[in-house]
Design a protein around this ligand. Structure first.
Ligand SMILES: [Fe+2]
Ligand SMILES: [Fe+2]
Length: 287
């Protein structure tokens, strides 16, 4: 391990670009219950790349329309307000980290599938449990592993090494990251979220998504929800979440989220039912 790599990474996170404006604007609409489909279209229509990806999705075989969908407003009708919002949120963040390292051991496509699947599943868990803000759940779960992409994009050689060590030693990606760069993706995601002025609740979900009991108590709902979502998505094998090692869900999770065992089965079914749609989405928004 290079002695000061931890400091070097923290310093470079501070120099990363700011949060995309479009993400910030959509985040504002999440806090405003009066926000409408029209407002969302106004935000999105100026961004050609996001608009193109939304049209791509509306034109995918999954939706089966024979006539070409060429307007954003028509796409909103076909895909629904939520789907359009989720694509815009995902694409605005994902496009900050384009593919650049062909030799990387990090499978970005599978990673984004994991991220989007977690976003959707988190939202569904929020709707099935007492956690009352599904949109916030979507964002926290979508972004929980964002630190991994930062590491792969800016420290690709070290990160590829960590991925190899993980496979060779059969340890979690978090432990492998710590071995190679003296820092793990939850910390990197946290530093990035701080730079992007994320609310504390979202920072807590990113920072403690593997150890929710360590989260500040006032943020434990969202943190436990993110923790559970990550485990279920990995167990259901949708995308690549970085670990196939079995994890025992902390019993506290059920109490915090007022979740019953029977919910868990429904939640697993929820995400399997969405698999095809999510895979289509990843193809449609290919970055
Ligand atoms: Fe993680
Ligand atoms: Fe994850």
């Amino acid at each position: 391990m290079q002695p000061d790599i931890r400091q070097e990474i923290i310093k470079s996170i501070k120099k990363l670009p700011t949060l995309p404006i479009i993400f910030e604007k959509i985040l504002e609409t999440v806090d405003d219950p009066r926000s409408s489909a029209n407002e969302l279209q106004e935000i999105i229509k100026n961004d050609q790349s996001i608009t193109a990806k939304i049209l791509n999705m509306a034109n995918s075989a999954y939706y089966g329309y024979s006539k070409r969908v060429s307007s954003l407003s028509r796409a909103v009708v076909i895909l629904g307000f939520d789907m359009v919002k989720n694509i815009a949120l995902s694409v605005s963040v994902f496009s900050m980290f384009p593919y650049k390292n062909e030799k990387s051991y990090f499978n970005k496509e599978q990673f984004w599938l994991h991220a989007i699947a977690c976003g959707y599943l988190g939202k569904m868990i929020a709707e099935r449990t007492n956690y009352y803000e599904p949109d916030k759940a979507f964002i926290a779960c979508l972004l929980h592993d964002i630190g991994k992409v930062v590491l792969d994009s800016y420290f690709e050689d070290d990160y590829s090494k960590a991925i190899q060590i993980k496979a060779k030693e059969n340890i979690s990606i978090r432990e492998a990251e710590e071995k190679v760069i003296d820092l793990n993706h939850t910390e990197v995601g946290y530093f990035l979220g701080e730079k992007w002025d994320f609310p504390d609740e979202l920072l807590s979900a990113i920072r403690y998504h593997h150890f929710p009991a360590e989260a500040p108590q006032q943020y434990s709902s969202l943190t436990y929800l993110t923790y559970l979502t990550n485990i279920v998505c990995q167990e259901e094998r949708i995308g690549e979440g970085g670990s196939v090692l079995p994890v025992q869900i902390e019993p506290q999770t059920f109490a915090v989220l007022k979740l019953k065992d029977s919910h868990l089965e429904l939640i697993r079914q929820d995400i399997q039912d969405l698999r095809e749609k999510l895979e289509t989405m990843i193809q449609a928004i290919h970055l």
